[in-house]
Structure formats: C-alpha cells, structure tokens
Design a protein around this ligand. Structure first.
Ligand code: SF4
Length: 287
C-alpha cells in the first residue's frame, strides 16, 4: 500500500540518509530514547536489506508489542504490528500463504520469549522458513522496565526491586536446542558483523535467529547503574568475546563476566513447507 513520505530533516545540510528509502518518514521522529540500541539494530537491518538487493515488495516485517515492535511501523515495507507474543504465528501464516515472501520477525526478548516463547520453540522445531531478529534489552522497556525472561539474576527492575531471583533464558542456547538452522548473537556495537549476520540469516532457508544485545539506558541501565547507552556499549566492547562455532550452552550472560558472541549454528535441514510438500507428494498429491 502506498505510504505518505516526508523528508527527514537533514542532519548535515545537503546530505540525505542513504537508507531513507526504506523508512516511513511520515512516522518520524521515532519514539526511542537517546542511547537506546534499537536505532543501530534497525540501521543494520536496512543496510542488510540493501546489500541483499531484494525487491522491497518481496519482504514483510512482523513484530509483536514493545519498543522493538515499533520497527514494523517505521519500515517502508509490508509490515505488521501484531498483538503481544503473536508475531511468530502471524509470520508463519504469512509465509505458508505466500511462500515466495521473505518474512522477517523483528521483536523484543519480552515479546518473543515470554508470552511468545511457546511459538518460538515450535517454529524452531518445525524449521519454519522465517528470520527472527530479537533485540534483547533484558527487561520490558516500553511498559516501564518490568522483569522479563532474559533479566539476569539479581537484575533490578520495577517488579524485582530487591533483585531478580528467576534464572534467565540463554536465548542462543534455547534457539539451538529447539532446532533453529542458524543462530548468532551480536551486540548493538557490532554494526558490520550484525549486518553480515542479518544478510546470512535472511538469505538462508529455515528458521534463522539473530540475537542483538542492546542498551536500554532509560529502564534497565538506569536501575542497574550501568550508565548511559554509550557506557553499555563500552561494556560490550570490553566483555564480548567472538567465538564462532562455540557451544551455545556456554553463551550464558552473567553481568560482570565476559560473554560469547558470534555464529553458533549454521546447518542445513528441510523446512516445514518442504516437509509438508514431500508428504503431499508421498500421498499422491492429496492435501
Ligand atoms: S525504554 Fe529502553 S528499549 Fe525502550 S526505547 Fe527507551 S531505551 Fe530503548
């Protein structure tokens, strides 16, 4: 559907942002806080899309609710902002109805792994042909900074003012265990590496998953005295260890400790649709 556009104010006179063509500029300025990593995550995605050179009409972005979920509203693609936790079943339906569409789910840790957790593991088990980009900021940022499924032990949030006592998910381990074909993790600081991972994930068939560790200075960072967004990026620079092919089980995130980033899984296996079509053929074409 055609959308209205308006030019983004020029940060540098006479210079346009090269990825402006993929943005619904009528929706800007965005709502994200200064120092948030979401702008970097979106920027990497747009550069990855540009690198792939796909017709924008062949790409759909689906999100659930939350700060990351706003991405669906900012991209000038067919995009769907679904209800909380339901991005993956919506995206699955879209992919099955339109197999030629490149379907990308771009959502947050709370949306994808709390209320949406069941959908994630089953989509990974089935190897549905989707790319899932998860921005992990360790809390529910949009709704005021509540504890989420990735909040580290002892993390301070509005609902754990004395420290979180629930064990968090290690998302790359969960994705790998559930059967994803491609699993990677980068931080919002790793611009080019993140872009590369997105290109790889989007061009590979099957369920591909990229976790993006992102500062949330307004909620998680402030409560846990992590400083501004830049300080969190400095922390990533000091503590992220690149180890491709590492056992995802070893990629737990414990505040104060080094943690692993890189590509953990990259395997070939039939997708859900391929398995379905093979079964239909086996049955003589009966559906
Ligand atoms: S609340 Fe956190 S995640 Fe949401 S926009 Fe602000 S800094 Fe980013």
């Amino acid at each position: 559907m055609p959308v209205k556009t308006k030019p983004i104010p020029e940060a540098v006179p006479g210079v346009r942002h090269p990825m402006e063509k993929y943005l619904r500029t009528d929706r800007l300025p965005h709502i994200w806080c200064a120092g948030c990593g979401l702008g970097s995550a979106l920027s990497c995605f747009l550069y990855a899309l540009d690198e792939l050179g796909w017709d924008p009409n062949s790409v759909a972005v689906v999100s659930g609710i939350g700060c990351t979920g706003r991405i669906a509203g900012y991209v000038r693609l067919d995009s769907y902002h679904t209800t909380h936790g339901r991005a993956i079943p919506f995206a699955t339906g879209l992919k099955l109805a339109k197999p030629d569409l490149h379907v990308v789910v771009f959502s947050g840790d709370g949306d994808l792994f709390a209320i949406g957790g069941n959908h994630f593991i089953h989509a990974a088990r089935r190897n549905v042909d989707l790319t899932i980009l998860c921005v992990n900021n360790f809390n529910y940022g949009m709704t005021g900074g509540q504890v989420g499924p990735t909040t580290p032990l002892e993390g301070l949030t509005t609902t754990t003012p004395y420290g979180n006592f629930e064990h968090p998910f290690n998302l790359v381990h969960l994705a790998a265990s559930a059967g994803a074909s491609y699993v990677a993790r980068w931080t919002a600081l790793d611009g080019r590496r993140l872009q590369r991972a997105m290109v790889e994930a989007m061009s590979k068939k099957g369920l591909t998953f990229v976790e993006i560790l992102s500062p949330c200075p307004t909620n998680y960072g402030r409560r846990n005295k992590l400083g501004e967004g830049l300080d969190e990026l400095r922390y990533y620079a000091q503590h992220a260890l690149i180890r491709h092919g590492a056992d995802p089980k070893e990629a737990e995130i414990v505040p104060g400790n080094d943690f692993l980033v890189g590509k953990f899984v990259d395997v070939e296996k039939p997708t859900y649709l391929e398995m379905y079509e093979a079964k239909v053929r086996e049955l003589g074409g009966k559906r």
